[in-house]
Design a binder for this molecule. Structure first.
Ligand code: PFF
Length: 456
C-alpha cells in the first residue's frame, strides 16, 4: 500500500505541477463555461443566479476540490479503489466506495450528452470554415440551428460518433502523451479568442445591458430551483463530485501544493465563464434573441457576431475549433475514472477498457441526439431524455457526490492524515479548510438539496 503511494499512481504521473494545473484546468474549462453557463444564467434570469454560482464556487468548490485532489493523491487509484483503500486505512466501512461508483456512473452519463453537444461544435466548425455565417442575422442563425441540429438526427449521430472516437483515441494513449503539451498552447488561445468576442460585443451598443443582466441583483428572480441549478453548475464546471479531479489528483507529484493549485483552477474556470457571458449577452440583446433560449444560445449568437466581423470566417473557425478542444480536454477526463476502474478491477488493458466504456457511452448518446427530433415526445415530468440526464447528473448526482467527498475527507479521514497530505504550512488555511469541509459544505449542500426536492 505504502509502495503505491510513494511511487504515485500505476497509471502515470504528471510531469510537473504546471502540467497538473493545465490538465485540471483543461478538464474544468469546457462546454460548461462557454455553452452551458450563459444559457442557464439566461434561463434563470441572470444576476442572482450568477452571484449564487460564484459563491458556490468559492465556498463549496474550492474546499471540495482540495479534498478530491488530496484523496486522489493519497489513494493513487481509480476513485472506487481509492475510497475503499482510504476507508480501510481509517477503519471505516467499505460502503464509502459507493461515492466512487456513483461518480464513475455520473461521468459516463455526462459524457453521453457532452459528446453530442461537442458534436454540434464539430458541425459548426465546418460551417464556419465554409463561410456559412457571412452577414448572418439572428433569424438566419436560428434557422441554421433548427435545420442542421434540432431537425437533423443523422448529423448529430455522425458528429457524436466522431467526437467519441477522438476522445477514445486520446484516453487509449494515456493522459500524459499529447494532452499535456496541447493544453499549454490551447487554453491561452481560447481566452484570447473570447476576448476578441468581448471586443466585438462591446461595440454592439448593448454591453451595459448585458452587464446589468449578469451582475445587478434582482431578487425577484430568486428561487430555490435557481439555487440548486447554480450549485449543481458549480460542481459541473469545476468537474467536482464525480472522481475526475480525484483521478487527476492521483497523478499529482507529492511536492505540489494542493491549496494554491485548487484556487488557481477555480479562479481560471470562473473567469472563462464570466468572459463568455460578457461576450454572448450583448449579442443576444443586440439581435433580439431570447436570453432564455436554452442549449441553442451560443449556436445562435456567436455565428451572428463572426458573420458580421472583418475576418469573421477565420475567427469563427478558430472559435469553434477551440470550443471543440475545450470540450475535448474535458471529455477525456470524464472517461478516465471508468477506464481506470475497468483496468484495476477487471484486469483489462487500457485500450480494451476504453472500447468497452466508449461503446456504452456512444449508445447512451443517441438518447440526447434524438431528444430534439425522433424522440422529442419521449418525456418524463415534461423533460426530454437529454434534459433528464442533465438534471439527474448536475443537480442530483454531482452535489451528492460532493457531499460524500466532503464528509469522507472531513470526518472519516483523521486530522493528521489530511493535514499531512494537504501539506499546508499555514495553520489558519488548514483550519479554515477543515471548517468548510466538515461543516459549511455538508450543511449547505444538504439544505439546498433537501429544499429543492421539497423536504424542507
Ligand atoms: N467541467 C467541464 C465543463 O465545464 O465543461 C465538464 C465536466 C468535465 C464535468 C469533467 C464533470 C467532469 F468530471
Amino acid at each position: 500500500m505504502n509502495d503505491t503511494r510513494s511511487q504515485g499512481s500505476a497509471h502515470g504521473q504528471w510531469s510537473s505541477r504546471l502540467t497538473f494545473v493545465l490538465a485540471a484546468t483543461g478538464a474544468a474549462v469546457g462546454l460548461g463555461n462557454i455553452w452551458k453557463f450563459p444559457y442557464i444564467a439566461g434561463e434563470h434570469g441572470g444576476s442572482v443566479f450568477v452571484l449564487v454560482y460564484i459563491l458556490c464556487v468559492a465556498v463549496l468548490g474550492v474546499p471540495i476540490m482540495m479534498a478530491e485532489v488530496m484523496l486522489g493523491r493519497r489513494g493513487g487509484r481509480t476513485p472506487v479503489n481509492t475510497l475503499r483503500m482510504l476507508a480501510a486505512e481509517a477503519r471505516a466501512s467499505r460502503v464509502w466506495q459507493i461515492i466512487g461508483w456513483g461518480g464513475t456512473l455520473a461521468g459516463i452519463l455526462i459524457l453521453s450528452y457532452y459528446s453530442v453537444i461537442a458534436g454540434w461544435t464539430l458541425a459548426y466548425l465546418q460551417y464556419a470554415v465554409t463561410g456559412a455565417f457571412a452577414n448572418f442575422t439572428g433569424d438566419g442563425a436560428s434557422a441554421l440551428f433548427a435545420q442542421s441540429i434540432t431537425g437533423n438526427p443523422l448529423t448529430q449521430v455522425v458528429c457524436h460518433t466522431l467526437f467519441m472516437v477522438m476522445t477514445m483515441v486520446i484516453v487509449a494513449r494515456g493522459v500524459n502523451r499529447g494532452l499535456e503539451q496541447a493544453v499549454v498552447y490551447l487554453m491561452p488561445t481560447l481566452v484570447a479568442l473570447l476576448l476578441i468576442l468581448v471586443g466585438y460585443a462591446v461595440n454592439t451598443g448593448h454591453f451595459m445591458q448585458a452587464l446589468a443582466f449578469l451582475f445587478t441583483p434582482d431578487f425577484d428572480k430568486f428561487s430555490s430551483a435557481s439555487v440548486l441549478t447554480a450549485m449543481g453548475h458549480a460542481f459541473f464546471t469545476l468537474s467536482l463530485g464525480m472522481g475526475t479531479i480525484m483521478i487527476y489528483g492521483a497523478y499529482v507529484p507529492k511536492t505540489a501544493s494542493i491549496a494554491g493549485t485548487s484556487v488557481a483552477i477555480a479562479a481560471a474556470d470562473t473567469m472563462v465563464a464570466l468572459i463568455a457571458g460578457m461576450a454572448i449577452f450583448p449579442i443576444v440583446f443586440a439581435n433580439g434573441l431570447d436570453p432564455a433560449a436554452g442549449p441553442r444560445l451560443i449556436f445562435e449568437t456567436v455565428p451572428v457576431a463572426f458573420g458580421n466581423m472583418a475576418g469573421g470566417t477565420l475567427f469563427g473557425a478558430l472559435f469553434f475549433l477551440l470550443l471543440l478542444i475545450a470540450a475535448w480536454t474535458s471529455s477525456i477526463s470524464l472517461l478516465e475514472p471508468g477506464v481506470t476502474l475497468l483496468i484495476e478491477n477487471f484486469g483489462m488493458t487500457r485500450s480494451r477498457a476504453v472500447v468497452c466504456i466508449g461503446l456504452v457511452i456512444w449508445i447512451l448518446g443517441f438518447g440526447t441526439a434524438f431528444s430534439s427530433n425522433l424522440w422529442s415526445h419521449v418525456t418524463l415530468f415534461g423533460l426530454t431524455i437529454f434534459q433528464q440526464i442533465d438534471y439527474l447528473t448536475s443537480n442530483l448526482m454531482l452535489p451528492l457526490g460532493g457531499l460524500g467527498i466532503a464528509v469522507f475527507a472531513g470526518w472519516v479521514l483523521t486530522r493528521d492524515t489530511s493535514r499531512a497530505e494537504l501539506n499546508v504550512r499555514n495553520t489558519a488555511v488548514y483550519t479554515a479548510w477543515r471548517l468548510f469541509i466538515r461543516w459549511i459544505a455538508p450543511v449547505t449542500v444538504s439544505i439546498v438539496f433537501l429544499h429543492a426536492i421539497g423536504v424542507v
